[in-house]
Design a protein around this ligand. Structure first.
Ligand code: XUL
Ligand code: CO
Length: 439
């Protein structure tokens, strides 16, 4: 492994829970084999290029605080290449098998669309060489249809067909780049696909356009041989006041309405779930119920702030509950855990990038192990199964088998009289959960 950009920081070793080395894993042992698969293969961790290599710590009140030594020079393309060298050094040192990008994170936007395409081609070539050398793979690619002012009113939902065409050209190219780099998924997050006010918006027409756009992507995938999974990433708001892919449930309704459900699954992001007023594992359960659980954008929000803070998640309880739902659903398939998370503005030391990912990876690895144990013991599963057992036999079973209706049930209710209250035992279950987390 070449070490140049993070010279003072070694490849992060696994040292186990007893270590006091802050630059070591305590729970994520990438080589550990569980059920015939390494932890690396189970976890499928990905690094988000935009936060970890384009994030500067800038916020609406002040400029960036995080300056990296490779971010200098007039030739934007040359800087982009050096930045990518640093990124691959980091991916290797942190022992993550995947990375994820937006087109504009990895390559500078040119003065014309043609120039932007050319820049992307050059960078994709550079990335391909890095991937070959390191064995690091692309979890997913996506197009940034939200930063450039042309997309101020959306890409696929823009009222101007000219912008729609531009967005289509950009996604076409980003899909080609994803194929070129062997990407296993392609993501659509509609940051500005929504509206600010209905006074100027034809909502139905915009949603029709969005669906049309996604169908075009599906058609083009066939043309270029992209066999990866398409993913929708719901988020209720920010930057747009109301976004069309509000949450998983509204996403399912949208995809079904427009006959896109066979082609898409969900990329669920923790902080987007909480912004929608849901828990992370609620969103996972909704997607799993529809067999549409695709991938995870691993981060967390802040209970006291109402926006997308994109923090690294070290909440083992939240992650264990999420992992239980993911494992029960049969895993993520071609998806993975992508750290769509950024350093806090005052975290300016390159070591912070390592601490942040070590914490996130360790928390997920520990949650994975705890969830496996919890499921293997079967206590929660048995409890839930038992709670619904009156639907396993008798008239309950007939309800599920669609054999009886209101008249039969009225007769049964007359006969049985008032139902007895059956406790949900929530506090008992919360205590039981704590025994897994804290012994
Ligand atoms: C924004 C967000 C995006 C998507 C990719 O909240 O999550 O970074 O993950 O466009
Ligand atoms: Co995301």
């Amino acid at each position: 492994m070449k070490t140049r950009h993070f010279a003072g920081i070694p490849a992060i070793p696994f040292e186990g829970p007893g270590t006091d080395n802050p630059l070591a894993f305590r729970h994520y042992n990438s080589a550990e084999v569980i059920d015939g698969k390494t932890m690396k293969a189970h976890m499928r961790f990905g690094i988000a290029y935009w936060h970890s290599f384009r994030g500067t710590g800038a916020d609406p009140f002040g400029p960036g605080t995080i300056t990296r030594p490779w971010e200098k020079g007039k030739n934007e393309l040359a800087v982009a290449k050096t930045r990518m060298d640093a990124a691959f050094e980091f991916f290797q040192k942190i022992d993550a098998p995947y990375w994820c990008w937006h087109d504009r994170d990895i390559a500078p936007e040119g003065k014309t669309l043609k120039q932007s395409h050319k820049n992307l081609d050059a960078i994709v070539k550079h990335a391909k060489a890095h991937q070959k050398e390191t064995g690091i793979k692309l979890l997913w690619g996506t197009a940034n249809l939200f930063s450039n002012p042309r997309y101020m009113c959306g890409g696929a939902t823009n009222p101007d067909s000219h912008v729609f065409a531009y967005a289509a050209a950009q996604v076409k190219k980003a899909m080609e780049a994803t194929v070129e780099l062997g990407g296993e998924n392609y993501v659509f997050w509609g940051g500005r696909e929504g509206y600010e006010t209905l006074l100027n918006t034809d909502m139905k027409r915009e949603q029709d356009h969005l669906a049309r756009f996604l169908h075009m992507a599906v058609d083009y995938a066939k043309e270029i041989g992209f066999t990866g999974q398409f993913l929708i990433e719901p988020k209720p708001k920010e930057p747009t006041k109301h976004q069309y892919d509000f949450d998983v449930a509204s996403g399912v309704a949208f995809l079904r309405t427009y006959k896109l459900d066979k082609h898409f699954k969900f990329n669920i992001e923790t902080n987007h779930a909480t912004l929608a007023g849901h828990t992370f594992n609620h969103e996972i359960e909704v997607a799993a119920a529809h067999k549409m659980l695709g991938s995870i954008d691993a981060n967390s929000g802040d209970m006291l702030l109402g926006w997308d803070t994109d923090q690294f998640n070290t909440d083992v309880k939240e992650l264990t509950l999420a992992m239980v739902s993911i494992l029960r659903a049969g895993g993520l398939g071609s998806g993975g855990f992508n750290f769509d998370a950024k350093l806090r503005r005052p975290s300016t030391d390159p070591k912070d990038l390592f601490y942040a990912h070590i914490g996130g990876m360790d928390a997920y690895a520990l949650a994975f192990k705890l969830a496996r144990q919890l499921l293997a013991d079967g206590k929660f599963t048995d409890h839930v199964k038992n709670r619904y057992s009156s639907f396993d036999t008798g008239f309950g079973k007939e309800v599920e088998k669609k054999k009886i209706g209101f008249k039969d049930l009225e007769a049964i209710a007359f006969k049985l009289g008032e139902p007895k209250l059956k406790s949900g035992h929530q506090e008992y279950l919360e205590n039981l959960l704590n025994t897994y987390l804290h012994g």
